[in-house]
Design a protein around this ligand. Structure first.
Ligand code: MRU
Length: 353
């Protein structure tokens, strides 16, 4: 199956697919300084919770890559701390971003007693590469658990893009679709177009088409009709942050889809790796929700569709209450209600894949 490399380490540098150019152009962009990485994340050239975590980890390494060998370890740590905080500030909602930055900082501190500057730099590159590789394996494992969960379903609906282009390879919500395809089963995927930035139309429809998976694109306001007509066996979405009780932040519109699924008696699943769970927050009310520029709504993709100066509210994410979620699909298995305990047991354990 043809798979695109969302983000990769090539010839001593990071290369991303510029997702703002999809589906028209498949452009690979080299990112060689920390400011460029900050803007690539903020402007959604690289996007999706796991992918921005990987990007931030490489960004941390890039920030210290040219630090002189004769410099002091303390100065190296200060540089990492400062640039890590800068990168973590690029987008507020997906916890994977700050998770990856913290993991890079923690690794550096662990190395201080035994390693000098060059050793720390090399090991930090290894850590970023490990985050990339783990994400690949987590996606595959989510796909295996999800394909079993969806064994009796032949068509799903998804919102936004939680596919390969949001991660290192398999995706989260789309991972079961790819694993099932490898096993000879083709799902039909209804893809919400996902206003205002059209991640469903531009990215989900694109990557599924590239992979040869049947995909049917709908406008966001058509999801109720598709469900009412019995076309959807399950809804599966990704997540940007899941709190200790199971409340889940994901792309704006997800909450509405969850309510529709409940009204039509269709199971609603969330697929995410353990790096998306934030056990420091007890409920979704504490999740910071990114608000973006008005022009994304009034002048999307360069065409003015609303009067100049109109007031706009543009939250990029919403929070689906845990009660609307039937199960979480993680790399370590499926978590069913009651979520509090299940999440602590499955995700709190800390074992890496
Ligand atoms: O604003 P985006 O495109 O980064 O939002 C992405 C989503 O909401 C995804 O569903 C989520 O990050 C999960 S990706 C595996």
């Amino acid at each position: 199956m043809k798979r695109l490399k969302t983000i990769d380490w090539v010839d001593d540098g990071v290369v991303i697919i510029d997702q703002t150019r999809l589906p028209g152009e498949l452009i690979y962009q080299r990112i060689d300084n920390v400011e460029a990485m900050f803007h690539a994340i903020r402007e959604l050239r690289v996007r999706g919770a796991p992918a921005i975590g990987i990007a931030a980890a490489f960004g941390c390494y890039i920030a210290i890559a040219d630090f002189p060998e004769q410099g002091s370890v303390d100065d190296l740590l200060t540089l990492l701390e400062k640039n890590g905080d800068y990168l973590a500030d690029s987008r507020p909602t997906a916890v994977n971003l700050v998770w990856a930055v913290n993991r890079m900082k923690k690794r550096a501190l662990e190395l201080v007693p035994t390693a000098a500057v060059t050793g720390i730099k090399n090991k930090l590159l290894q850590e970023a590469l490990a985050i990339l590789d783990e994400d690949r394996r987590m996606g595959r494992a989510i796909g295996e658990h999800g394909a079993k969960l969806l064994a009796n379903v032949s068509s799903i609906l998804t919102h936004c893009n939680a596919g390969g282009l949001a991660t290192a390879e398999y995706g989260t919500a789309l991972a079961p679709v790819y694993v099932a395809a490898e096993q000879g089963k083709l799902f039909t995927v209804y893809a919400d177009e996902t206003r205002p930035l059209l991640q469903g139309a531009r990215i989900t429809a694109f990557e599924l088409q590239q992979a040869g998976i049947p995909v049917i694109l709908i406008c966001d306001n058509m999801a109720a009709t598709v469900m009412e007509r019995g076309k959807v066996g399950a809804v599966i979405v990704g997540a940007d942050r899941i709190t200790a009780n199971g409340d889940t932040a994901n792309k704006i519109g997800t909450y509405g889809v969850a309510l529709l699924a409940k009204a039509h008696n269709i199971p609603f699943y969330v697929a995410a790796p353990s790096s998306t769970f934030d056990l420091n927050l007890t409920t979704g009310r504490a999740i910071p929700i990114e608000e973006r520029r008005a022009e994304e709504i009034t002048c999307g993709f360069g065409k003015r569709t609303a009067p100049d100066g109109v007031a706009v509210f543009n939250p990029a994410f919403d929070v689906t209450p845990a009660e609307l979620i039937c199960a979480f699909v993680t790399e370590k298995g499926v978590i069913r209600p009651p979520f509090g305990r299940g999440i602590r047991e499955v995700v709190g354990g800390g074992d890496r894949l």
